[in-house]
Ligand binder design. Structure first.
Ligand SMILES: Cc1cc2nc3c(=O)[nH]c(=O)nc-3n(C[C@H](O)[C@H](O)[C@H](O)COP(=O)(O)OP(=O)(O)OC[C@H]3O[C@@H](n4cnc5c(N)ncnc54)[C@H](O)[C@@H]3O)c2cc1C
Length: 379
């Protein structure tokens, strides 16, 4: 149903916009905050189709991570050494930026480490990782400032109560955050700096016209801004069909609180395709999209029995073999991925910039990517 825009709405909400930002995830919010920091007088408007930010930023696992060993080894197969460590550095710096902006307390930041765990049948890849520990520690010492970022922790496996896990390598500099509190804080910071945010308004098209940009909403309303940033990540192809970013759904579940839960930290399993952590005496567990790549290559939220059963089986057989548990909630989120592991941050026309394709790294790099997109916009 088309609703005509009133004169009042047009005059008060959609007039004299300097910068329009489409999408209020980590990237859109970081970009908006940066714009206001650089140009306090500018009118910055975020347009968000969801009631809340509804992509990945409010639905992720909250790992403040910058690379587990199988992930880095995988990356080295497809990227140069320089590219791989440059990305590690960006993730590390992005996390420092996020912590500095939001503050560890509001972020719920916990420096509890990140563990990569390997089953008995993964002994070959586990051995390769063990042999490479020194190499990776040397390579990233200048980034983390630590001599031994990665350490073998096999002796601690019994403490966590896992079954069939033979090798465990900790990343001592990895932390975890409270995803919801992070987003609530970023929204509050943006508003406090004077960013305006409109929810429930999807953008249907964005195009340059002379010295301004025309944005068309799902309501059929049009408005103008001097410049626009598209930060819609896994949904970017709706607006820009040719952009090399594909949606990838990730499913998650969380248990009810568990008595005497001994698991503490972030855990990477099955080469990082599965991840779990503790939160509020519960286990949050997600991933497994590698088992159904085609079905999960979608930007439709939803759950499948296949992946949820797989996750539950892991809980029963590997993660919590000696404890009874109940599942409390299940949800999914949408990633933006591509053939190469690098965000797209570029101008696509005179007054429009995109900042998308965060992959599974947006908590880490989202702050910097938003700022870099904003810098291009303001230049
Ligand atoms: C289950 C899951 C677990 C993850 N775990 C981690 C993790 O532990 N650590 C980590 O670093 N990363 C993780 N990620 C990735 C991380 O969450 C993302 O990379 C990051 O949140 C992306 O932020 P974004 O702002 O680019 O996109 P999003 O958060 O997806 O924001 C895009 C926004 O654009 C809005 N939008 C889309 N289209 C339109 C339109 N046409 N008009 C208006 N608004 C629109 C959407 O509603 C959405 O709010 C995970 C992701 C998922 C899904």
């Amino acid at each position: 149903m088309k609703i005509q825009q009133s004169y009042w709405e047009q005059q008060s909400f959609f007039k004299n916009i300097d910068i329009a930002i489409v999408g209020s995830g980590i990237v859109g919010l970081s970009a908006a905050i940066h714009c206001k920091e650089q140009m306090p007088q500018a009118k910055v408007l975020i347009i968000e189709k969801g009631v809340l930010p509804t992509g990945a930023s409010t639905r992720n696992a909250g790992f403040a991570c910058f690379g587990s060993l199988t992930e880095l080894l995988d990356d080295l197969e497809n990227h140069s050494e320089d590219e791989v460590f440059a990305l590690v550095e960006r993730r590390w710096q992005g996390l420092q930026r996020l912590r500095q902006r939001v503050g560890d307390s509001d972020l719920g930041y916990r420096a509890w480490g990140g563990y990569e765990i390997f089953r008995q049948e993964e002994s070959e890849i586990a051995q390769t990782c063990l042999e490479k520990i020194d190499y990776f520690n040397k390579a990233i010492q200048s980034i983390t400032g630590l001599e031994e970022t990665y350490q073998i922790r096999n002796k601690e496996i019994p403490k966590f109560g896992f079954s069939n896990i033979r090798t465990m390598i900790v990343n001592t500099a990895e932390g975890q955050i409270h995803t919801g509190d992070m987003m609530k804080s970023l929204l509050a910071i943006a508003r406090q700096k004077g960013v305006e945010i409109l929810n429930g308004l999807g953008i249907k098209s964005v195009h340059d016209e002379e010295n301004e940009v025309i944005l068309e909403t799902d309501f059929g309303w049009h408005f103008r801004a001097k410049k626009a940033l598209i930060a819609t990540n896994g949904f970017a192809q709706h607006l820009l069909p040719k952009l090399q970013v594909q949606p990838a759904r990730n499913q998650v579940l969380i248990t009810k609180p568990i008595d005497n839960l001994s698991i503490k930290g972030c855990f990477h399993y099955d080469r990082g395709y599965v991840y779990f952590r503790n939160i509020d005496n519960r286990i949050l567990l997600g991933g497994g999209r590698n088992l159904a790549k085609e079905v999960e290559a979608t930007n439709n939220f939803g759950l499948t029995t296949f992946i949820q059963d797989h996750l539950e089986k892991l809980l029963r057989e590997v993660i919590l073999p000696k404890q009874t548990f109940e599942i409390d909630q299940r949800w999914s989120g949408i990633l933006g991925v591509g053939d190469i592991k690098k965000p797209i941050i570029e101008s696509i026309s005179q007054n429009v910039v995109v900042a998308v394709r965060m992959g599974g790294m947006g908590v880490a790099i989202g702050s910097l990517v938003g700022e870099e997109g904003a810098t291009i916009l303001l230049s």
